[in-house]
Design a protein. Structure first.
Length: 505
């Protein structure tokens, strides 16, 4: 994988006549080293329809300076980006190509802008000599490379925080610059400014209308989840914390929306998409489920008194977990690189661009969205009643797992309705989430008991004590029984219908 760096910086407007103030007067600065002028030459790449720029990603090949090479930047928050770097080469390195694949897919990456900069750099150091930040004055000339356009030029000041420095230091730098009459830049990046100032003269497009109909609200939710799947693709590839879980949740939310709102969106079109989303969630779940199970079993072990831990319990758990997780990372990347996954992303684009709307989509949102929540809640009620009528055992466990899936779907339907129905839909979603959480913990216990039984068998076969695994199994069994006792009261709160007044029905 390419080298990663967290970039924290701020940009300021300047002119050729702008002079930096005395930077030794910045709080915490003991010395300022003038490092001289460096000439940078960067070509930025994007698709012909500027998919990277639309998501505020930048991809460039730069020569000059100490970090010549390929750079790919992902926005984190205002003034903060993650920069992935790869060595200089003629072609885009495969690692970086993979990180933009969910946006680019089959489209070509072409040069869109060339930026030539003369960078005058000043290094700010603290009392111990450690770098605090680099302050540079950049004289920039931008040239449009793709399509009709023009050139532009400007001067800006950039303050970039040094590695391991306190982000609050940039506040002190900004205070000194403000005293000197220097103001923050209106543009978040050089390439964004270059694209804006060199673009052909075209009238701005119409602003999107706020959602009014049932179809508008459903499509807003569908669009949000589809965008989340695309955005999380590179995060999963980079193995960022919680990225797999978040992508899996987005696929489930989207699949639930397509099924819950079958009177708004034509299921003959959406069912194949929902099927692919289900497959993707299952593929992503292999590693995530094992991660959750490992954490649960380790936490159980940590709470046991030493007198109840007999034999090499932790070592066996570690070996068992490692064996089960072997190859899951490669499998996840293979799924994301597959033609089938890219076809799913194209299908999601088509779904939001040309949605298969049914007549109910044109109606007011309140009655239609509330009806979807009630329909899913009735489905949940049937499954909860069925599960509670069964005796304790594997049959009830399976039925409660089915109820958990129904609770999740009803909760997502309530979330879709929230922008239209407000507080009642928010309350409904919270109560349904409580049911989902309780049933989810119950299902995690079912999976944990099966794992503990397997571990006990393996330990016994190896001549190790299996006592501890039995103790943990008993704890899981007792906790599952407690969750089942709690369910009627939690479900009773979620079964309340607070949507009638809000929906106009």
């Amino acid at each position: 994988m390419a080298d990663a760096k967290r970039e924290i910086e701020r940009k300021y407007e300047a002119t050729d006549a702008t002079r930096l103030p005395d930077l030794t007067r910045v709080a915490g600065v003991a010395a300022v080293d003038h490092l001289g002028i460096t000439v940078l030459d960067a070509v930025y790449y994007d698709t012909e329809d500027f998919r990277l720029a639309a998501d505020r990603l930048t991809l460039r090949r730069r020569t000059g300076g100490s970090d010549a090479g390929w750079h790919l930047k992902f926005p984190v928050s205002s003034g903060i980006r993650d920069e992935l770097r790869a060595p200089l080469s003629d072609a885009l390195p495969p690692d970086l190509a993979g990180l933009v694949r969910s946006r680019v897919r089959g489209a070509d990456l072409v040069p869109v802008v060339r930026l030539r900069s003369a960078r005058d750099v000043h290094l700010l150091r603290g009392p111990d000599g450690a770098p605090l930040a680099e302050l540079s004055v950049d004289a920039v000339r931008a040239e449009r490379l793709h399509g009709p356009g023009r050139s532009t030029a400007w001067t800006e000041i950039e303050a970039e925080l040094a590695d391991d420095a306190d982000p609050a230091f940039l506040d002190a730098v900004e205070e000194r610059l403000t005293e000197a009459g220097i103001r923050p830049s209106a543009s978040e990046s050089k390439v964004a400014r270059a694209l804006a100032e060199t673009a052909p003269d075209t009238p701005p497009g119409p602003r999107p209308d706020p959602p009014r109909t049932a179809g508008d609200h459903v499509l807003a939710y569908v669009r949000e989840q589809a965008a989340e799947i695309v955005a999380l693709d590179p995060a999963v590839r980079r193995d960022l914390p919680d990225s797999v879980h978040r992508m899996r949740v987005a696929t489930r939310r989207l699949r639930s929306a397509l099924r819950s709102h079958r009177t708004v969106l034509d299921r003959t079109v959406t069912d194949p998409v929902a099927g692919e989303l289900r497959r993707l969630a299952a593929e992503l779940g292999v590693d995530r489920d094992q991660e959750v199970l490992d954490a649960r079993l380790r936490a159980r072990l940590d709470t046991l008194p030493r007198t109840l831990v007999l034999g090499p319990v932790r070592a066996r758990l570690r070996l068992w977990s490692t064996a089960r997780r072997a190859g899951t990372r490669r499998r996840t990347l293979a799924v994301l690189d597959s033609a089938r996954h890219l076809a799913l992303l194209d299908a999601l684009d088509a779904l939001v661009t040309d949605p298969p709307l049914l007549p109910a989509a044109a109606g007011p949102p309140g009655p239609e969205l509330a009806r979807a929540v009630r329909r899913d809640r009735r489905r949940l009620a049937h499954r909860v009643d069925r599960a509670l009528d069964l005796p304790p055992g594997p049959g009830r466990d399976r039925a409660l797992h089915d109820a958990r899936k129904a609770a999740k779907r009803a909760r997502y339907a309530a979330e879709t309705a929230r922008p239209a129905l407000g507080k009642p839909a928010k309350k409904a979603a919270e109560r349904l989430k409580a049911v989902q959480t309780l049933l989810g913990d119950h299902q995690d216990g079912v999976v944990a008991r099966e794992a503990l039984r397997t571990l006990a068998i393996q330990a016994h076969a190896a001549g190790e004590p299996s006592f501890t695994w039995g103790v943990l199994y008993g704890q899981e069994q007792a906790e599952a029984a407690a969750r089942e006792r709690e369910l009627p009261a939690v479900w009773a709160r979620a079964a309340r219908d607070d949507l009638r007044a809000a929906s106009g029905r």
